[in-house]
Each structure stands twice: as C-alpha cells, then as structure tokens.
Design a protein. Structure first.
Length: 113
C-alpha cells in the first residue's frame, strides 16, 4: 500500500508540475526523486510514474477537446498513424525520468569527488 501511495503522489507530481510549468520540469522532479529514493528500481518507478502522470493529462485533454482530430491531422503531416503520436507522447516523459534518475548516482559521485 505504501508503494502505491508513493506512486500515485509521484505520478500526480509529474502531471501537475507539467501542466503548470511545462515538459522540462519532468527531469527536475526525476532528479529530486533520484536523490530521495532508495533501491534498485527507482528509475523504472519514476519512468512509470511520469508516463502515468502524462497519461492523466492526455485523458484530461481528450475529455475536453478534439484531440483525435488534431492527432489525425498532425499524423497526416508527419506520415504516421495517429496512435503513434499518442505512444510517443507517453514514451517521452518516461525516458526523461528514467535517464535523469539513472544518472543521479553518477552525478552525485562526480560532485563529491
């Protein structure tokens, strides 16, 4: 239960901060998570939380506007199916969070050396 609560809080931190400040806040939150969290799976945890947070934002946008029309038009311009844009939208924060959290121990060792 405790892990689930951490996951929900981290996912919503990613979502709320992204909504308010933009996509660049994802690595900042992942950096803080990497400094505070312990354990081997913290990078995967952050990546999944970031992806989930952005999925909630995507669902919010879908419920309020014609996201499918925009995805279809943008997909036609890029010569890709619209579902590829949805997948890329969800992969992006996950990769940002995973890479940042993975690099925290290396940066910490370099900073103390």
């Amino acid at each position: 239960m405790r892990t689930f609560v951490k996951f929900v809080l981290l996912a919503e931190a990613f979502a709320v901060a992204t909504y308010g400040l933009g996509w660049w806040i994802v690595p900042v939150i992942a950096l803080v998570w990497g400094l505070l969290a312990r354990g081997a799976g913290k990078a995967r945890f952050a990546a999944l939380a970031a992806t989930t947070g952005w999925a909630t934002l995507l669902l919010l946008d879908v419920s309020r506007g014609p996201v499918s029309v925009m995805a279809t038009q943008l997909g036609a311009v890029m010569n890709v199916p619209s579902f590829v844009l949805y997948i890329l939208t969800l992969i992006f924060p996950g990769l940002l969070a995973f890479c940042t959290t993975t690099l925290v121990p290396t940066v910490r060792k370099t900073a103390t050396a």
